[in-house]
Write a protein that binds this ligand. Structure first.
Ligand SMILES: C[S@@+](CC[C@H](N)C(=O)[O-])C[C@H]1O[C@@H](n2cnc3c(N)ncnc32)[C@H](O)[C@@H]1O
Length: 288
């Protein structure tokens, strides 16, 4: 019989030989997925054995990883903002960079009681559900054009115990969205169509095309959102929008042209401007 620790190390070594970028991390995550062990259990109990059945599952996971399937796709789940999200082929695999958007959204919500949040292109629901998890007084609506993606978001809302405060709607951006929101968040598709073929195969072959393709220059969704957002935001409300690398100036210009009074960017941990924060002017006070 093999120990968990030894099997994980050997798997990490084989993934490294195959040239995968994060072999040790992948190996530990796959081992945890097979055995159900937490990271703490993996550290505390290095001598724990794995069964023959677990070894067989691990071997099948290894073959899939070597064939280019991302770990989150193999396990069917991904950690984001410290929470577990189910992922299926219908949704984008949530990216750590998008946690910058969650942090920016939470900053803006400080001081707003019982805020209403709209998440456009919700996918797995990771952005909206992370915000609702942090703000127990908030409610939100997640919109996606894909019914299959919405089924995943709904399941994640159930698993995280956020159902009463999270609702979902199948729509083309804001079409059919009723009411006004304090904050709109969105991570739209922003890859230029011609660049998709050159993406890493983890992304190109496994994330849904609709989650990636931003049209000829990558800006189609931003154009639509800039025009669609002012009518669904309260006066003084904000939009918090994820940006692709190098898109900040062009997207800020689109939002300013659509009537947003202020724009600024927030950088991710690598220093890349990753999020645009665009604010509507507050309501004018009536004189007298
Ligand atoms: C980049 S993914 C973001 C998913 C998730 N919010 C995240 O950050 O991981 C973009 C999402 O927008 C959705 N989408 C694309 N076009 C849309 C449209 N016209 N209306 C609504 N959703 C759309 C896609 O189905 C996809 O789920």
């Amino acid at each position: 019989m093999n120990t968990r620790d030894h099997a994980a190390r050997m798997l990490g070594w084989r993934l490294k030989q195959a040239g995968l970028p994060t072999p040790e991390l992948d190996a530990r995550l796959l081992m945890r997925g097979v055995t159900g062990a937490s990271e703490i259990e993996m550290i505390r109990e290095p001598g724990a054995f794995i069964t023959a059945a677990e070894e067989a599952v691990l071997a099948s996971f290894e073959a899939r990883r070597l064939a280019g399937e991302p770990v989150a796709r193999i396990l069917g789940r991904r950690e984001f903002w410290g929470l577990e999200f189910a992922v299926t082929p219908a949704v984008l695999d949530p990216r750590p960079d998008s946690e910058t958007l969650v942090a920016a959204a939470l900053d803006l919500l400080r001081g707003i009681e019982a805020p209403r949040i709209l998440d456009l292109g919700t996918g797995s629901g990771c952005l909206l559900l992370a915000v609702l998890h942090e703000r127990a007084d908030a409610r939100g609506l997640g919109v996606d054009i894909s019914a299959d993606a919405l089924a995943v978001a709904q399941r994640n809302a159930v698993d995280l115990g956020l159902v009463p405060r999270a609702e979902f709607l199948q729509a083309d951006w804001t079409a059919g969205v009723a009411g006004l929101f304090d904050l709109v968040i969105s991570n739209p598709p922003y890859i230029a169509s011609a660049d998709i073929a050159a993406l890493d195969r983890d992304v190109r072959d496994h994330d849904p095309r609709r989650a990636l393709d931003g049209g000829a220059d990558g800006l189609d969704a931003y154009r639509a959102l800039a025009l669609a957002l002012p009518p669904v935001l309260k006066p003084g409300g904000h939009a918090v929008i994820e940006l692709g690398i190098g898109q900040a100036a062009a997207v800020a210009a689109l939002f300013e042209a659509a009537g947003f009074a202020t724009t600024r960017t927030v950088a991710d941990l690598a220093g890349v401007p990753r999020v645009l924060v665009a604010g509507l002017a507050p309501a004018k006070r009536r004189k007298g």
